[in-house]
Design a protein around this ligand. Structure first.
Ligand SMILES: Nc1ncnc2c1ncn2[C@@H]1O[C@H](COP(=O)(O)OP(=O)(O)OP(=O)(O)O)[C@@H](O)[C@H]1O
Ligand SMILES: [Mg+2]
Length: 322
């Protein structure tokens, strides 16, 4: 039996934008993550990925919508219940340099969640065990973050995140700040931890190619909304939304000989949503018609598939990577 550990419905989060009032950074996002699997959330800078991640972790409160983790609505919990739930949900952020306290030793950093949540047992032994799990040698325990390499620092952040055996981890661009050679090691570590511990991941990335072999499903986000969602293999083989194709065309894919039909981006993405008519992607879309400029496409399941896309022409011949 499969089960969705994380279910978000209709999430809206608005922020004040200077001179323009409140604008939605997240604008009606729904997603489901099956227990023990990875959902990748992909899109350009500013599209609302991190905000979505924070909403799922109950680090922020949505203006509308709900988040359920293991069947419990996280924003309806009392303080004590939320505290208990927090143990089971952890973030790993992009830059371990910012997210690790530079004045603490590795040992203290990794022990911190154990201390905060009053975990019983021999903490020093547990820290050694955690460092081993993330393939760091125990002699690093006395070092400070600035004495470590980027990859080592991210392993420390991961050790801290898994210290309390979380069920759900939001990885927000966890390898974007690392050298390419180190990226694969950290991605492999995250995968191994998932295999061993059944962790469920939301893996946030602006790099579609990176998530190809990592995610069971992929959700593509554009200006606060999910515009395409589907099984990773199928989505890569046959993207249905022009924006997904744009991202795929932009991604370096050394082993792939054929590229999907090139999509050119006209101009930069708007940084925030205004009141809009029609499809938000229309100004950049090579396929846009008058209908696209007039009628906002809803995210819908494409007939006979488990793919969703928010494009009037998602089924059109030639819309895929033909
Ligand atoms: N706390 C905040 N206050 C005001 N605006 C915010 C806040 N957090 C995010 N925003 C705005 O919401 C939008 C989405 O931001 P978010 O950080 O979620 O995007 P992102 O997809 O994670 O981008 P990146 O790839 O650059 O990390 C942006 O326009 C951002 O400026
Ligand atoms: Mg972000």
């Amino acid at each position: 039996m499969t089960e969705d550990l994380v279910v978000a419905e209709g999430l809206v989060k608005r922020y004040p934008v200077r001179g323009r009032g409140l604008l939605p950074a997240v604008d009606g996002v729904g997603l489901r993550i099956e227990r023990g699997t990875t959902l990748a959330l992909v899109g350009e800078s500013g599209c609302g990925k991190s905000t979505t991640g924070r909403l799922l972790l109950a680090l922020e409160r949505p203006d509308e919508g709900t988040v359920s983790v293991a069947g419990r609505k996280v924003h309806e919990l009392g303080r004590r219940e939320l505290r208990a739930l927090r143990r089971t949900m952890q973030p790993v952020f992009q830059d371990p340099y910012d997210s690790l306290n530079g004045r603490m030793t590795v040992e203290r950093i990794v022990a911190e969640p154990l201390r905060v949540h009053h975990a019983d047992g021999d903490r020093a032994a547990r820290v050694r065990e955690l460092l081993e799990t993330v393939t760091l040698t125990p002699d690093l325990a006395g070092r400070y973050p600035h004495e470590l390499s980027g990859g080592q620092r991210q392993r420390v952040a991961i050790a801290r995140a898994i210290a309390l055996d979380p069920a759900f981890v939001v990885c927000d661009e966890p390898v974007s700040a690392l050298d390419v050679s180190v990226q694969a090691q950290v991605v492999n570590l995250l995968r191994r931890l998932q295999d061993e511990r059944g962790i469920t991941y939301l893996f946030i990335s602006h790099d579609l190619a990176l998530v190809r072999h990592l995610a069971r499903r992929v959700a593509v986000m554009y200006l606060g909304r999910i515009v395409e969602e589907g099984a990773a293999g199928e989505l890569f083989a046959d993207p249905r939304h022009p924006y997904t194709r744009l991202l795929l065309a932009a991604a370096p894919r050394p082993r792939v000989r054929e590229r999907p039909a090139a999509v050119t981006a006209a101009g930069e993405p708007p940084s925030v949503l205004g009141g809009r008519t029609g499809c938000a992607f229309a100004p950049r879309c090579p396929l846009a018609t008058d209908r696209c400029r007039a009628e906002d496409p809803v995210l819908r399941t494409l007939p006979g598939t488990d793919r969703k896309a928010a494009c009037h022409y998602a089924e059109a011949a030639g819309a895929g990577a033909a």
